[in-house]
Design a protein around this ligand. Structure first.
Ligand code: TRP
Length: 454
């Protein structure tokens, strides 16, 4: 094991917040959140989601972060340090494996997004939704082009991670956050000021009865909170391991959750008014981002410019999420195997790139293309295993470990170490021991049954 005293720390309190919020903000906010809001009847989902974020997402984020800071290790090392001579390290190993799997296909989607920046600049977007569907299908089913963009995206991710915690991650998220913030504001203003934007605003914000029932709504809300907050695979254990004892975890987590939730709501305000104002369908699922939106942009004044801005935003958001996935895996090799950071990042990036290639090829040369909300390409299958099995399982075991083995009291004491700022109150113990495991087990079991029954 590497010498813990040489471990890097964030250069400021803001470093952790921006890096963690950068991990959280991604496709989950810009595409997935508006989409699940739409399919669950609008504002009623938003209200329940906010409650779930407070009750499930926030305590889970604090719990992962305190495990990281207390142990100052990657996920595998963290469980080894807190529960020596036990098998709990396997939970950390599950997290590292999950990061590996998610990044392999996340990078393929990141590559599509980069490619679409250039397609927008090149004037490839037209106002016909069917044509844009063909453009997308043509793009993803090509054998070479998407793989090359996947390589470019992975190369950028590796370059940032090889730079280190402060000179790589912190430096880049500090540059990229203002860029993201500005681009989002530009797009939201453009969208809500279009003529006819009101219908989209109503769809997104006016409460109606849950359109698929309360059970579905609750499950979607919990699953969305995990995905969008990057919980369940040790991102926060890893990023938390670079915190110092003076950092206040309960208040930093409030900032991260607040940023992520705020951007999700802005994501809805950006997408729905434009889609409705210009007469497109809002329930296009996965296709909304890459097929409907290019057509929407082509229809609006200065659409080429806004389309380019949108795909730059999407690429940046995906990149700051991808670096957190690679950091989890890299920290494991550094801590547990004693590799240098540069070598770990480069070797892992290369292997993950290779593992991701079949996900890209799965859209054309090998298999039929699926573009529905739940398709059957290799990428869809990886995505399903990661989101419906690996992340909830990781979160469930982490919550049980922290609440019952390490004990909720140790976790709470670690969280309250910093003298000032927000403190975790007495509510935390019962939530960690009962609410988290029950809520997560419910979603996981329901999701798996549903997958195989329907
Ligand atoms: N949170 C990211 C998003 O909203 C996705 C993501 C990045 C993620 N890292 C993760 C999800 C780790 C789960 C676990 O797009």
């Amino acid at each position: 094991m590497a010498d813990g005293s040489r471990r890097e720390s964030w250069a400021s309190r803001l470093g952790f917040i921006l890096a963690a919020a950068g991990s959280a903000v991604g496709l989950g906010n810009i595409w997935r959140f508006p989409y699940v809001v739409g399919t669950n009847g609008g504002a009623i989902f938003v209200i329940i989601y906010l409650i779930i974020v407070v009750l499930v997402g926030y305590p889970m984020m604090v719990t992962e972060s305190v495990i990281g800071r207390s142990s100052k290790r990657n996920p595998v090392g963290a469980f080894k340090a807190l529960a020596p001579n036990s098998l709990w390290w396997i939970v950390g190993a599950l997290g590292v494996l999950t990061g590996f799997v998610i990044l392999s296909y996340y990078s393929v989607v990141g590559g599509w997004s980069l490619a679409y920046v250039f397609r927008s600049i090149g004037g490839d977007f037209g106002s016909d939704a069917g044509e844009m569907t063909n453009l997308f299908l043509g793009h993803v089913s090509d054998a070479w082009v998407p793989v090359i963009w996947h390589l470019v995206f992975m190369g950028l991710t590796v370059a940032i991670i090889a730079g280190g915690v402060v000179k790589g991650i912190q430096r880049w998220v500090t540059v990229l956050w203002p860029v993201m913030g500005l681009l989002i504001l530009v797009l939201v203003i453009r969208s809500v000021t279009l003529e006819g934007a009101g219908a989209g605003l109503a769809f997104f914000l006016a409460p109606e009865a849950p359109s698929q029932g309360w059970g579905r709504l609750l499950i979607d809300a919990i699953a969305q909170s995990f995905f969008t907050l990057s919980l369940g695979m040790g991102v926060f254990i890893t990023y938390g391991s670079y915190l110092s004892d003076r950092d206040n975890i309960p208040s930093s987590a409030v900032a991260v959750v607040g940023l992520d939730t705020g951007i999700a709501i802005l994501g809805g305000l950006m997408i729905f008014p434009a889609v409705f104002a210009l007469g497109f369908e809002a329930d296009a699922g996965v296709g909304l981002t890459f097929m409907t939106l290019p057509a929407v942009f082509a229809t609006m004044p200065l659409g080429g410019l806004f389309g380019t801005i949108f795909f730059i935003l999407l690429s940046v958001a995906a990149l700051t999420s991808a670096i957190s996935l690679l950091e989890v895996v890299t920290a494991w090799l550094i801590d547990e195997k004693g590799w240098s950071r540069g070598k770990s990042a480069a070797v892992l990036g290369a292997v993950i790139f290779l593992v991701g290639i079949p996900s890209s090829l799965g859209f054309g040369p090998w298999e039929g293309v699926s573009i529905g909300a739940i398709g059957d390409t290799l990428l869809d299958n990886y995505d399903w295993v990661a989101n419906s099995v690996l992340l909830p399982l990781g979160g469930l075991l982490t919550a049980i470990f922290a609440g019952w083995i390490w004990t909720a009291k140790s976790a709470q004491d670690e969280a309250n170490k910093a003298g000032q700022g927000l403190r975790l109150g007495g509510w935390y113990g019962p939530v960690l021991k009962f609410v988290l495991p029950l809520a997560i087990a419910f979603v996981m079991i329901w999701g798996i049954i549903e997958h195989f029954v329907s």
